[in-house]
Design a protein around this ligand. Sequence first.
Ligand SMILES: NC(=O)c1ccc[n+]([C@@H]2O[C@H](COP(=O)([O-])OP(=O)(O)OC[C@H]3O[C@@H](n4cnc5c(N)ncnc54)[C@H](OP(=O)(O)O)[C@@H]3O)[C@@H](O)[C@H]2O)c1
Length: 264
Amino acid sequence: MDLTGKNVVLTGASKGIGREFLHLLLAEGAHVLGVSRSIEKDATLVHERLRVKNADLSRPEEIDAVFEYARGHFGRIDVFVANAGFTYYELLERADWEHIRSIMDVNVTSVIYSAVKMRELYPAEPFVFMATLSAVSFLSLPGYGVYSATKAALRGFFDAFEHELPADQKLLRVYPVATATDFFDRAAQDKPPPPVQSASHVAMKMLEGLKKEKRHIYPSRLFKWMYRLFPWAYGPYLKKRRQELFETRGRPPGEIDERKDEES
Ligand SMILES: NC(=O)c1ccc[n+]([C@@H]2O[C@H](COP(=O)([O-])OP(=O)(O)OC[C@H]3O[C@@H](n4cnc5c(N)ncnc54)[C@H](OP(=O)(O)O)[C@@H]3O)[C@@H](O)[C@H]2O)c1
C-alpha cells in the first residue's frame, strides 16, 4: 500500500508506540487523524496533514464522534489503526466488575466496535483495519491476566471476522513484545518482561507491515520463533514471577510444568 494521500485514523496517538507511528505515517505522505483522551492539549503536534481529536474510547458515542469527524474532514477513511490500550499489573484476589470492565471496554469492545463500524460504513469499498495486540495474546503472563485476556480476545475476534470480509477489506494484527513506553508506569511495575524493544522500532515494523498489508506483524522476530518453537523458554521467567507472587502473598502459588503436560 502506498500511503501517499491516504486517510488514516490512529488511536492512542499522543504517546508511546502510537506517537512514533504518527510521525512515520506523516512522513509517508498520509493524512492522519490522531486520537486520544488528551491529544488536543499537545501544542507540539502540528503538521499540515495532521488533525487531532480528544476522545475517550471507552465510550461508544465518543468513538462515533471520531468517525463522524474523520469522515467530515477526510471524506473517506482508508486505514483505521486501533492502537490505544492500557494494562494493569496485579494479583487478582478481589472480584471487581468495574475494574475488569474498564480495561475490556478500551482494549476489546472499542476495537471490535470500530472494526465493525468500518465494515458498516464501507460495505463495498476497500479498507485496512490494523490493531495493536500483543505478544501476550499468545503467551499469558502472571500479573497480566486480564490484560492478556483482552489481547487474546481480539485475536479470536480478528481470526473470525476476516472470514466475513471480502479480500480487499484487510485486518492487520500487530504483536509487540514489551516496549519501552509509559505503558509500564500504568502497570506500576519497574521491569517489563524481556525482551524489551523501543517504541520507534515497533512503529517502524508497523509501517513496514502496513505497506505490505501483512495480516500478522511481529516486531520481535526472536519472540515469533521462540514462542512457537520453544514454548518452555519462558519457564525460568515464569518461575521467577511465581517466586515474586509467593513473596507478596505469603503462600506458594501452584507449580505448573508445561513439559509434563506435553509428555502425558
Ligand atoms: N508497551 C508495551 O510493552 C506493549 C506491548 C504490547 C502491546 N502494547 C499495546 O500497544 C498499544 C500502545 O501501547 P503504548 O505502550 O504505546 O502505551 P502508552 O504509551 O501508555 O500509550 C497509550 C495510548 O493510548 C491512549 N489511551 C489510553 N486509554 C485511552 C482511552 N480510554 N481513550 C483514548 N485513548 C486512550 C493514550 O492517550 P491518553 O492518555 O491521552 O488517552 C496513549 O496515546 C496498546 O494497545 C498496548 O496494549 C504495548
